[in-house]
Write a protein that binds this ligand. Structure first.
Ligand code: NOJ
Length: 569
């Protein structure tokens, strides 16, 4: 992930937090480390998430078209170990087993995404609808509902049809707005009688910055300082158009909700008493979440983005800002187009100011004039960019409440990864991460933040984009070495299950006992997993060695018989 490249060692300072820092914000009255025992409001929705490219596999099966991620992952050198999502968790074939696991965990909802090229192989509704792809999602939705699990469906989790990238330049081109609207309309038409929660885009920050600025993600372009802003502009318009389409044409009948899922870190000023640090931290969040949330809730880009990018563009001698401009009509068109906000959150940064002179490596990052820092004390069990800082979650949730008029929030992603070769299912660090982050969310609800549901990321270990399978976020471990891709519960499954069944954290004694029990049960899963190479080996014996030996025996017997008969004649 991107943040790695920003975290130069000299930024990594030992930061000692001063306890008085909290006093400036009344929503942080509880100390950062205190635990709050209590339960969530009745009806709070619990679940876990996935996305099509990361889990489905079946990349060219049953008429599916190619996506930009298929094309990107098939190029050498783009993904860790040149892995791809070609087969991944084989979710396309195993969704029934997966729903059984979800049912056992008593999920209220499951978040997944629809692969656009699986149902529209050429990207265009006017050309060809792939009924087999539609059937897959029909079956998935139906089975979820039969098991009383509400589907929360993302329309775009990064897998644009490759044809649209090749022909039009993908999100650089405003024509995507209409194509995406056609695709979304088809989904409303075919699935909307059963799906009531729609998320237009997942993490548009990543689509824009990693797809068009750093090139770490598909389509892998490095259009520094312009590409990300242009992509984001088209994405915001596409979201708004889909919201209006639903509002005008489908809402009356289907009575669903349309939201977007924005992912953001929390940015904390290095020195809470220093005005320049406070402003730098504000810029960090406005360039992250505000970039998308402010147009959708308040009708335009954050003022600080307009000021900074405008000024830097001027210094570069450009006639206009590199940040596109919304016309007055567009402003009112995009404003108010979120029935709920999907929020993805994983980690936090300390932020201080840093001046990037114009003309030296112009980019989205330089536009922000800030430096990111981390506390080396923060645990970072998996992905390099992901430090466990639970208190940042509560602050981010409160920020959303105050900035955007206390919208309805569904946490659409929150979780932690582990490193490549970790096959330990006793993931006590993940248990701690979930326990503390979910607790901060509970505190935020007590602060008055309107959080309606929580989605652990992710249900299964899956294809972690440019990191391939080297970073595992799953509640369930997937053995990717075995072609059947068996799933094994980690300790966090047991722990999360108890949070769900108690709708929170009833009391200290009980919560402590959950931890103990979760860690106890995982040792038996560990043994099963350890036996798995044997199982794989046995499969090879039955599927390859036995038939080969039998065929050889038959051939040899035939030759032997021939010689025998010849001798007799
Ligand atoms: C956010 C993305 O939406 C998801 O696909 C990814 O796996 C997680 N971040 C973890 O990096």
């Amino acid at each position: 992930m991107l943040q790695r490249s920003i975290l130069r060692p000299y930024y990594v300072l030992a930061l000692v937090l001063c306890a008085s820092a909290n006093d400036d914000f009344d929503w942080t009255k509880n100390e950062k480390t205190s635990f709050y025992y209590g339960t969530f409001p009745t009806g709070f929705s619990w679940g876990a998430g996935s996305s099509a490219y990361q889990t489905e596999g079946a990349w060219n099966t049953d008429g599916k078209g190619m996506s930009i991620w298929d094309a990107f992952a098939h190029k050498k050198g783009k993904i860790f170990s040149n892995e791809s999502g070609d087969s991944s968790c084989e979710g396309y074939y195993k969704f029934k087993d997966d729903i059984t696991l979800m049912k056992d965990m008593k999920f209220n909802h499951y978040r997944f995404s629809i692969s656009w090229p699986r149902i529209l192989p050429s990207g265009l509704k006017s050309e060809h609808i792939n009924e087999k792809g539609i059937k897959y999602y029909d079956d998935l939705i139906n089975m979820l509902l039969e098991n009383k699990i509400t589907p929360i469906v993302t329309l775009y989790h990064w897998d644009l049809p490759q044809v649209l990238q090749e022909k039009y330049g993908g999100w650089q081109n405003a024509s995507m707005v209409n194509y995406f609207n056609d695709f979304a309309s088809l989904c409303f038409e075919r699935f909307g009688n059963r799906v009531k929660y729609w998320i237009t885009f997942n993490n548009p920050w990543s689509i824009a910055v990693e797809g068009f600025e750093t090139g770490e993600h598909a389509p892998g372009l490095k259009l520094k300082g312009t590409g990300a802003y242009k992509a984001a502009h088209n994405i915001i318009k596409a979201h708004a158009k889909v919201w209006h389409t639903y509002d005008m044409k489908w809402r009356g009948k289907q009575k669903g909700l349309i939201g977007i899922s924005l992912t953001a870190d929390w940015g904390e000023p290095v020195d809470i008493t220093n005005q320049r640090d406070i402003e730098a931290a504000e810029r960090y969040i406005q360039f992250y979440m505000g970039w998308f949330a402010t147009p959708l809730f308040n009708g335009d880009y954050p003022q600080v983005m307009k000021d900074y990018i405008g000024r830097k563009s001027g210094q570069q001698g450009l006639g206009a800002s590199r940040l596109p401009v919304f016309s007055p009509q567009e402003k009112s068109y995009v404003k108010g187009t979120c029935d709920f906000l999907g929020l993805g959150h994983f980690t936090t940064r300390y932020v201080t100011t840093k001046n990037y002179p114009a003309g030296v490596g112009d980019s989205y990052f330089a536009d922000r004039d800030l430096a990111e820092l981390v506390d080396p004390q923060w645990p970072d069990p998996g992905s390099e960019w992901l430090y466990s800082v639970p208190w940042g979650f509560r602050r981010l949730l409160n920020f959303v409440k105050t900035q955007y008029g206390n919208p309805m929030i569904y946490v659409t992603e929150n979780g932690v990864s582990e490193k490549t070769l970790c096959t330990d299912l006793c993931d006590d660090w993940r248990v701690k991460y979930f326990k503390d982050y979910i607790n901060e969310m509970l505190k935020a609800i007590k602060d008055g933040v309107n959080v309606k549901g929580y989605t652990a990321w992710s249900f299964l270990d899956n294809f972690e984009w440019d990191e391939g399978f080297s970073e595992r976020f799953g509640l369930y471990y997937v053995d990717f070495r075995n072609k059947n891709k068996p799933r094994y519960p980690k300790a966090s499954v047991q722990f999360y299950k108890r949070i769900i069944s108690s709708n929170g954290f009833p009391n200290q004694r009980e919560v402590e006992s959950w931890k103990r029990k979760a860690v106890e049960t995982c040792s038996s899963s560990n043994q099963l997993l350890a036996a798995d190479p044997l199982i794989g080996h046995m499969e090879m014996v039955t599927e390859i060695v036995v038939p080969t030996v039998c065929t050889l025996c038959i051939l040899l017997s035939a030759v032997f018989l021939m010689f025998l008969l010849r001798g007799r004649l």
